[in-house]
Design a protein around this ligand. Sequence first.
Ligand code: F6R
Length: 599
Amino acid sequence: MCGIFGYIGKRSDATDIVFKGIKTLEYRGYDSWGVGIIPNAPTSSRKAGLRGATTKGIVVEKQIGKIGDAKLHNPPASSLAIAHTRWATHGGITQANAHPHLDCTGNIAVIHNGIIENYDTLKKQLSNKHTYVSETDSEVAVHMIEEKMKALPFSEAVRQTFLACTGSNALVAINAHSDEIVAIRNGSPLVVGYGDNEQFIGSDAAGLLPYTKTVHFLEDNEMAILTKEKISIKDVQTNREKCVVPKTLDQTMQTVSKNGFATFMEKELNEQPDIIHKISLERAHSEKLTEAIHKARGTYLIGCGSAYYACLAGTYLFSTIAKRHINATVASEFTFQEDFINEKSLVIALSQSGETMDIIDAVKRAKTKGATIASIVNVEGSTLWRISDLPIPCGAGPEVSVASTKDLIAKLSHLIALSYGLAGMQNEGSIVLKKAALETRRVIFNKKRIVYLATQFIKKEHIFIVGRGLSYPATLEIAMKIKEISYIHAEGMAAGELKHGTLALVEKETPCIVLAPNDETYGANIAAAMELRARGAIIIGISHTHNAVFDHYIEVADCGPASIIPTIVVGQFLALAIATKKGLDPDKPRNLAKSVTVK
Ligand code: F6R
């Protein structure tokens, strides 16, 4: 979480470059943002000043909230600037806590992603000599650099500061008296971009793409020193220079426009039919995974949030279609269930960003036990992608909206294809996915009914979603979408569990969504709907057929096991419509970030 961007080079609009850079990284956090600039013509420009600027060597502007349409105030000409977009961990959402943080002299600035776990101890060691103006863990780093610079050159002071910090961190520092950017990573992602007499650094490659396709993804414990002319990479432990071969990104520049839609979420929901169809035509990916599963003794699916729900769906798909057992665990809990992982195990990690710390951590631990790591990852070149033995591209295309939608649908499509592939029925898999793509298109075309239903929900405090079998993970996913973008409490559960407690919360006019696809769970789901209705609930049925127990009905045609896809799509549009009617921004839900790079 938190987005980092930096520029050093021949141009004199570094501020604009880094400001645009953090706009592309805003998905990583949008509690506050800030830029740190070393002006080219210090005296005159600094007198003109930016709002919130210091009168020292580094000019800083910070603001609370999303970058949105914010503008910088009188940025001075500059060839060296850094910028940051924050997702708050330590310290509230205030201007003082926004990055960059300055040292006492105003000549050193630091931006940071991660958590300095021992910041309190470090702060106590320095506090009698330095004045702290924020409540963040990050600020300790800049004062420590200041302290160490009494005896050391800048880059060495940054290196030693980083070594003193514990936790997973990415640190970027600048100093008004040296023409360089010093960056170090351990855990949190950083990528450097090589240009012609100009160099770039960012939290991900997407922000660099407008300027360069030649990049190096910093490995853990690598330090980069960027000057106008070159980038040196060093091992942070030994301080020895490393020879790295930069990569050329093959991604064509992806536009991040909304394509005429009001929000990224709406645009991304509309892309889903094509994504499902494309996956229905692929064979190679499921063949590679099938081979790895056949070789393994014990396969484990891991993921977080929506990606975990895809893992859970995988267990049902593997069981019903491939007649195989597969384990599914929330990645952050995998550590407590990993005792039987060994060199014969296969871990399949599912992730959109490929940067989720809980997943990276679980994968690294499994690797130390000798397990083979496969992954289905949307962001190619991400950390998970690079540490996997068998990375499979998810193929959803850039997902900007914070809530995962098209990536989740793409993952489910891959898992359906894989389950049929394992059963030796690739053609059948392709057929149900094509049906699901068509049905998803139809659901989207007829979304008016869903939008109408949303009006019934905007004032509700709770919404329950129930289903059985493969519909159970769908209930969890629909609940997640409603919660995160409409801020209504929504709970998904296995229909059979209702009467074991949650039914106590159901009262007159509580909306309850019942998923009743045309499979062996249909009768039991209708029975659950009856029980809910007997307690006064309003029943919204999502099914292939209209049952009399439904007060409202949304049709999802039978696509076999792939019915889970259009069913979830109905839930996505419902969540979007509720959020829109409540006047909320579905692309940037409060308190969340797209890439969860802290534990
Ligand atoms: C929900 C959502 C999150 C992510 C989770 C994992 O809409 O977006 O629950 O699914 O944070 O993120 P990735 O897939 O990037 O590992």
